[in-house]
Ligand binder design. Sequence first.
Ligand SMILES: *Cc1c(COP(=O)(O)O)cnc(C)c1O
Length: 384
Amino acid sequence: MPVRDAFLVFGSPLIEEPEIREVVDCLRSGWISTGPRVGRFEELFREYAGARHARALGSCSAALHLSMLVSGVREGDEVITTPMTFASTANVITHTGAVPVFADVDRETMTIDPEEVRRRLSPKTRAIIPVHFAGRPCDMDPLMAIARERDLVVIEDAAHAIEAVYRGRKVGSIGDLTCFSFYVTKNIITGEGGMVTTDRDDWAERIEMYGLHGLSRGAWRRYSDEGFRHYEVVYPGYKYNMMDIQAAIGIHQLPRIGRYLGRREEIWRRYDEAFRDLPLATPPPPAPDTVHARHLYTVLLDIDRIGRSRDEIQQALHRENIGTGIHFIAVHLHRYYRERYGLRRGDFPNAEFISDRTISLPLSAKLTDRDVEDVIAAMRKVLA
Ligand SMILES: *Cc1c(COP(=O)(O)O)cnc(C)c1O
């Protein structure tokens, strides 16, 4: 008998009545693509992140891509990032024609090791993309110091880390550009969606323009009552804009971000306490003077003691009706990256160690206490 009857979906979002009503209102208004709700969401987010500008886009991947383009990453440049990330961080580097150069992570924090970044610098290095893995802020001071020394752009991948704070500074106000995701499994959601923050006026303006075909001036206003205006294409841009239907969800999710984080912190503490005697390592506590955004509760299974692979444990949990995630299979182990860049197992030992042992347990504001106890019961049963 599985520990529960209904399957517990990993990363299921909490969607509440106000955003449902707002989406319906948006549909009834007839203005469903980029419009006033996107403007409101950008303004709310800008205030939240403490940045000068926030621009909403269709995804965090789009945000990362445009951040590189506007900050001058060109074909043949090198961009340093972590292998312990979702593939999109590296994929978008290849979209610019630049070469992704990986730097290994710290085995404990699972975030990029600034010393490894230093070892990977070359005359072609143009940018660094640190990833605030699982919501834990990277050690930004040494990374920013390297960047300033070598005149590099720092683009933060904060897909996991909307709420994170590093030494009193909000993530979104530290690097040159910071990219966020509102994909369905993230801390707040718009279904699909992303945001980029920056203090540079010219970059913010170009991101907006590049994200909508490269059309000159607020082209979405073309059909408003301000009267028709011609536009010019000034750059062969992309279709990366956010829709008002998406922003309608975001403007109600964002004000609840603190409440949702509080609930995930509660679940986190319960897991920490419940797993103390199991053959696994729970995530280390956040560094002092930081706020961890608690996006993923990733444990490292002691596969030697357990005598089973991580995949076998994951399948066993699935049979108990508990959905889990793997964050991540190290990017350099994926076929494209092995074949295209000649990378292989052994190149980044810490990322590989994590990649073989990590499993992410459900951690969403939607979970009931009952759900959490089911996850714990299933873990105890499977690991016994
Ligand atoms: C989810 C995720 C992304 C991509 O976000 P999208 O909004 O789906 O494009 C990028 N980086 C990391 C680390 C992610 O987890």
